[in-house]
Design a protein around this ligand. Structure first.
Ligand SMILES: [Zn+2]
Length: 458
């Protein structure tokens, strides 16, 4: 009982403190509108999308790259219609790299830079603004809600982005986590003892939800299964995100934990933008802020009813428009109604990025995303691939870009040495290209060590 009273008092204090922030207030009002649109008739959603697209195109005229695109195609933003979207060219990672500055809209407010390794191992840098940030939070909230979340819900995040980590570990970051009722567990260090500690922490914290990289929660599930531990948490659901969740992974996670897994899709360029509702029949696109198309990967013609390459238009980034962005993932759009009442199309048969876990010679288990982050903000690297052939044998493949030098290669080697130790073998290979795998996908963090099987070793 005292704990309950504590919690109630805390919640009231926390929500009062949260309301002070103008950012939180902006999220609250945008949330009401976006949530309503998820249940609205499709014509209404399309009208709203067209209005937002026109607004974005008008701003895009200020960016040299987009001005050229729009003028050469005689596109007038104020009369442009959604069904003419195909007149706009695709935005590729290569274009983002080559025209980074010309793609930016001058004068956007609250602009910050962001990075991604995407699904292809091609590092990109891009810019987002305050407006994007608000919509990113709204979209995330709509995704969490589909897994049962509510304001103030206890959320344990099994996550590991270094740039997020710096924020999280700052005093302000810690205060924010406390206010939001969130805990953060670092997936860049997932050795067996660490996983035991995470389990103990979650038994104590009793999260309503866990949000995790698909492979990290899968790794934890297998670890607990080997230890014959049945966790009493979480209370509502497990949100799996950032990478591909296979049906086998889902089954194993649900065997161990007392709740269902809710798959989610998104990336740093487009934010969390699609998630499963309680019916688990595909991922609802969360808001009117994203227009999703699927195209044939070879002809680039639109496809419906079968899987295609996913193309996303983000309507609320006014710092750098992402118009018809080829994100590099594959999926099928499903329009049939869902019993939950949400009207937005769903993404099914989703083949997103896959990332392996790596076993370090000192016993640490590191999520593959760690290596992706090494190349953030590195325009000198066109593409990378990091492969572990044995516990003490690694290969780093790089496709050099403009400005690459041997010194930079040596710096990457030094950075990797911190993790893999001085005894492991590390080969740096400079390549002209990195071929796709048989499935047509790039895999850029590959471990041939069966990390999952070793996870139970005490
Ligand atoms: Zn649904």
């Amino acid at each position: 009982m005292p704990r309950l009273i504590d919690h109630l008092a805390q919640s009231r204090l926390k929500s009062a403190l949260l309301r002070i922030s103008p950012y939180r207030r902006a999220i609250s009002s945008a949330y009401e509108c976006e949530r309503a649109l998820m249940f609205a008739p499709l014509e209404e959603v399309r009208r709203e999308q067209q209005r937002r697209l026109r607004e974005l195109l008008a701003l895009a005229l200020r960016a040299p790259y987009w001005r050229e695109v729009l003028q050469s195609r005689r596109i007038q933003p104020e009369t442009f219609t959604l069904d003419r979207l195909g007149e706009l060219p695709f935005l590729t990672k290569d274009i983002l790299r080559r025209h980074e500055q010309d793609l930016r809209i001058p004068g956007a407010s609250g602009v910050y830079e962001n990075f991604s390794g995407g699904s292809t191992g091609i590092p990109i840098r891009f810019y987002q603004d305050d407006r994007y940030k608000v919509h990113m939070s709204v979209s995330t909230r709509l995704c969490n809600e589909m897994a049962g979340a509510f304001p103030g819900a206890r959320l344990a995040k099994l996550w590991g982005a270094p740039q997020d980590k710096r924020q999280i570990e700052s005093p302000l970051g810690k205060l924010k986590l406390w206010l939001l009722n969130h805990r953060y567990l670092d997936t860049f260090d997932m050795g067996p003892q660490r996983m035991d500690a995470y389990h103990a922490e979650m038994e104590e914290f009793q999260p309503d939800l866990i949000q995790a990289y698909a492979s990290s929660i899968h790794l934890l599930a297998r670890h607990l299964k080997r230890r014959r531990i049945r966790p009493s948490y979480p209370r509502l659901g497990i949100i799996s995100s950032a990478e591909r969740l296979t049906e086998a992974m889902r089954r194993e996670i649900e065997e161990v934990f007392p709740v269902q897994v809710f798959n989610r899709y998104g990336s740093r360029e487009v934010s969390a933008m699609a998630a499963e509702c309680e019916h688990h029949n595909g991922l609802h696109i969360t808001s009117a802020g994203h227009i999703v198309e699927t195209v044939d990967p070879v002809t680039l013609e639109p496809v419906r009813g079968r899987p295609g390459e996913i193309v996303i238009t983000v309507l609320h980034n006014h710092a750098m428009p992402f118009l018809r962005y080829r994100i590099g993932d594959v999926g099928r759009l499903e329009d049939a109604p869902c019993p939950c009442g949400r009207t937005t199309p769903r993404l099914v048969e989703l083949l997103g990025r896959t990332s392996d876990n790596f076993l370090m010679p000192d016993g640490r288990i590191v999520h593959g995303e760690y290596f992706t982050h090494m190349f953030y903000g590195r325009p000198e690297v066109k593409q990378f691939q990091f492969v572990q052939d044995a516990v003490d044998e690694f290969v780093l493949r790089l496709v050099p870009g403009r400005g690459y030098s041997g010194d930079l290669g040596r710096r990457f080697e030094e950075e990797l040495r911190v993790l893999i130790g001085s005894q492991a073998r590390l080969r740096l290979e400079i390549r002209e290209e990195i071929p796709k795998t048989a499935s047509g996908k790039y895999r850029f963090t590959i471990s041939k060590v069966k990390v999952d099987e070793l996870a139970g070793v005490p």
